[in-house]
Design a protein around this ligand. Structure first.
Ligand code: NAD
Length: 512
């Protein structure tokens, strides 16, 4: 790292209130945690940014008590008043967008526009949630009994546990936190140990907004290892665990939460496919696939990992794809002209190299890339592989910029192979043929939570519910009616008459 960039990083950290050494838990005030010292590294250089002491189970207990007390107070605030606090959170995020976006780049290695885009997503979530705060609608029904009124209403649920993955270190918190807050819930956030600094910065901003409104400490933080994470998933005071991460993590958490019959919202891995037919606009398709496969260095849950090319256009598309991939500027994500930054850590590089070995063993052909870059930091080459659906590795999510290319004859065949993997997050078709597009979107088409036409698999907007099927976990976050999982639903029947009729015509006439 040059002296100049060190200074730049230090300035960003200082403006966001990050010290060289930091406490790892917040329950309305910062708790002097004394667990393991985690050093957050800049993946573009491998050099340290700042350190955090993780929280213990005792620290968790304190945070959980505080979150429970905060919930009891917060649920009595009218929802639009809670929305006003979230509106102010959005304003504070706007004020800190540049620094927070830069910190995402420093800590995760996303290119600058993606770091800023992630903070924009937080802001958008706040705006959406403010609107929701006046639209937490329950329905009224017609009772079968005379002089009876029936309706349902939605009440705050309780403290929500939010577990987030490294690759969207702040946006995923906002997907949950902005909505849970207007719903009347408090929260305990356990971020990834790879990204403690962005979590500290966001918690500081959110705490200031709460203090300015005399609001209870609903935005709590616990930076801790899995032992503490497990404590939270088993905690009956936390009715909902919203967890984003790998399928392995989701299995463990889903099991622990269902053991106590709690509620879980799981946003897990994807293995997303793009189908390009002979009737596609190939220029459009190529541009879209390049971002979907190699943006964020292939580290999005919605990254395009499998590309299905119809035979008539396959040779041309492969050639254009290889040429374009070789021209992707890889390097320091802080630089404006760079489009692909590093992987998050050395383990991610090793995992990708292991996957390349496996690809070779299973008969895949490297069309371009496949190596690591000989420079400081955790850089790899964007990689394209000629594959067959029989290669078991193509059914796994390798969290790296590897794109598998397949060829197909008929659309039905492509859809079948597309749906044959265990994950079901995002999917896309490129075609200008209405019948092909509708075939893909039909009940017999893509089996994913997200299915797009002429846009690729990544870069979802927050207005629509986000999430996937099968091993992706079934959870939905952000827009539409996804707020419902953060509330408890109550059906109310009111008898305003003088008779006591029973439902379904049951009679129970006792002299009384
Ligand atoms: P990860 O599974 O290693 O960790 C995710 C989080 O879970 C971390 O905070 C981790 O500390 C925690 N965790 C892991 N095991 C736990 C346990 N047993 N109990 C409690 N907490 C536990 O994932 P990662 O490497 O940080 O992120 C990459 C993965 O996340 C990819 O699979 C990606 O597809 C997925 N992801 C999914 C979405 C989505 O919305 N579907 C979004 C982003 C990332």
């Amino acid at each position: 790292m040059t002296v100049e960039t060190t200074t730049h990083a230090e300035q960003i950290l200082r403006r966001l209130g990050i010290e060289a050494e930091n406490h790892g838990a917040f329950d309305g005030s910062w708790i002097a945690t004394s667990g393991e010292r985690i050093v957050s590294l800049n993946p573009a250089t491998g050099e340290p940014l700042a350190a955090v002491r993780t929280a213990s189970v005792e620290d968790y207990e304190r945070v959980a008590e505080s979150a429970t007390a905060a919930f009891r107070a917060w649920r009595t605030w009218p929802a639009p008043k809670r929305g006003e606090v979230v509106r102010q959170l959005g304003l504070e995020l706007r004020r800190h967008k540049e620094d927070l976006g830069a910190l995402v780049t420093l800590e995760v290695g996303k290119i600058k526009t993606e770091g800023l885009g992630e903070v924009q997503e937080m802001i958008d979530m706040c705006d959406l949630a403010v609107g929701m705060s006046r639209q937490l609608y329950g329905k009224t029904m017609h009772s079968e009994r005379p002089s009876h009124r029936m309706y349902e209403q939605w009440h705050p649920l309780g403290p929500v546990g939010i577990i987030t993955a490294f690759n969207f270190p702040v946006a995923v918190w906002a997907w949950n936190a902005a909505v849970a807050a207007v719903c009347g819930d408090s929260m305990i956030w356990k971020p990834s140990s790879e990204t403690p600094l962005t979590a500290l910065a966001v918690t500081r901003i959110a705490a200031r907004v709460l203090a300015a409104n005399d609001a209870p400490p609903v935005f709590n933080l616990i930076l801790a290892d899995r032992t503490v994470g497990k404590e939270m998933t088993a905690d009956r005071r936390v009715p909902l665990i919203s967890a984003t991460g790998s399928v392995t993590m989701g299995r463990a958490i889903g099991k622990a939460v269902s053991e106590r019959l709690g509620r879980s919202l799981l946003e897990l891995g994807g293995n997303n496919g793009v189908i390009i037919t002979e009737k596609a606009d190939l220029d459009l398709a190529l541009r879209a696939v390049l971002f979907a496969a190699f943006g964020t260095a292939g580290q999005r849950c919605t990254t395009a990992r499998r590309l299905f090319l119809q035979k008539g256009i396959a040779a041309e598309m492969k050639q254009r794809l290889i040429q374009a991939v070789r021209s992707i500027p890889v390097g320091d994500p802080m630089q404006d002209d760079v489009l692909m930054g590093p992987l998050v850590n050395q383990r991610a590089v090793d995992d990708m190299m292991q996957a390349i070995e496996t690809i070779r063993e299973q008969g895949g052909t490297l069309l371009t890339g496949g190596g690591r870059l000989d420079r400081p930091g955790f850089f790899v080459e964007p990689t394209v592989v000629e594959a067959t659906p029989h290669m078991p590795i193509t059914c796994e999510e390798t969290f790296a910029p590897i794109l598998y290319v397949f060829e197909f004859d008929e659309l039905d065949e492509a859809i079948e192979i597309h749906n044959s993997v265990p994950q079901g997050l995002s999917s896309a078709i490129f075609t200008l043929d209405l019948r092909e597009a509708e075939r893909f979107l039909a009940a017999t088409g893509s089996d994913c939570g997200i299915a797009n036409v002429n846009i690729a698999t990544s870069g979802a907007e927050i207005g629509g519910a986000f999430g996937g099927e099968k091993e992706t976990g079934g959870g939905r976050e952000a827009g539409s009616d996804a707020w419902k999982i953060y509330m408890r639903r109550q059906t109310n029947t009111v008898n305003w008459g003088t008779e006591m009729p029973l439902a379904q015509g049951v009679e129970f006439d006792v002299e009384a």
